[in-house]
Design a protein around this ligand. Structure first.
Ligand SMILES: [Zn+2]
Ligand SMILES: [Zn+2]
Length: 181
């Protein structure tokens, strides 16, 4: 049985995860569950100098909590993520692995001085969650602008790209879902 575990990493809005869940289920055609039982120490990922959270540290923490999970695990938080070489990231994933994390921090229009747009926020959240999970299925960035695996540096980039895999990327995901999970 294909499975995806959604792990809230506080601080996070559970209702955002509840909205994301059916979208992931239909896009990936995968069973999902939410595990609120673990208390991942987000403070360990905090960088006081940058005032941001190192997403690679969170990936490692997920791996420590779920060392032998037979499926995919997506950690979700609303803090601002970074990796050392970049100013910020929307998420990070293990290529062809089990673990991914995604942040909602930069996905809301309110961060850019605009009125809140819940529908747009959820669309961005869904695209970035699917994107990071795509990396766990072994996908690299795709040149197709309509493909969810197209790389996004800004929210405008996220808005422009499609919310699903192009045929070539989708084929790889399907192959993994049938063979590996
Ligand atoms: Zn990516
Ligand atoms: Zn693609």
């Amino acid at each position: 049985m294909s499975s995806l575990l959604l792990v809230p990493i506080p601080p996070v809005e559970i209702e955002h995860i509840l909205l994301l869940r059916p979208a992931l289920q239909s896009t990936l055609n995968i069973e999902t569950a939410i595990d609120e039982s673990i208390h991942l120490d987000i403070a360990a990922a905090f960088d006081a100098y940058r005032n941001q959270y190192n997403s690679s540290v969170l990936l490692t923490s997920l791996q420590e909590h779920f060392p032998h999970y037979n499926g995919k695990i997506l950690g979700i938080s609303k803090v601002d993520f970074f990796v050392p070489v970049l100013t910020y990231v929307f998420g990070e994933a293990q290529l062809n692995g089990t673990y991914a994390v995604v942040s909602t921090y930069r996905l809301s229009d309110t961060l850019y001085g605009l009125p809140e747009n819940t529908q747009r926020f959820i669309e961005r959240f869904r695209k970035e969650a699917v994107h990071e999970l795509g990396h766990t299925f072994g996908l690299y960035h795709c040149l197709d602008y309509d493909c969810v695996m197209h790389s996004s540096t800004t929210v405008e980039d996220i808005d422009i790209k499609g919310d699903n895999f192009c045929p070539a990327c989708g084929k790889i995901v399907k192959r993994h879902l049938h063979a590996r999970l």
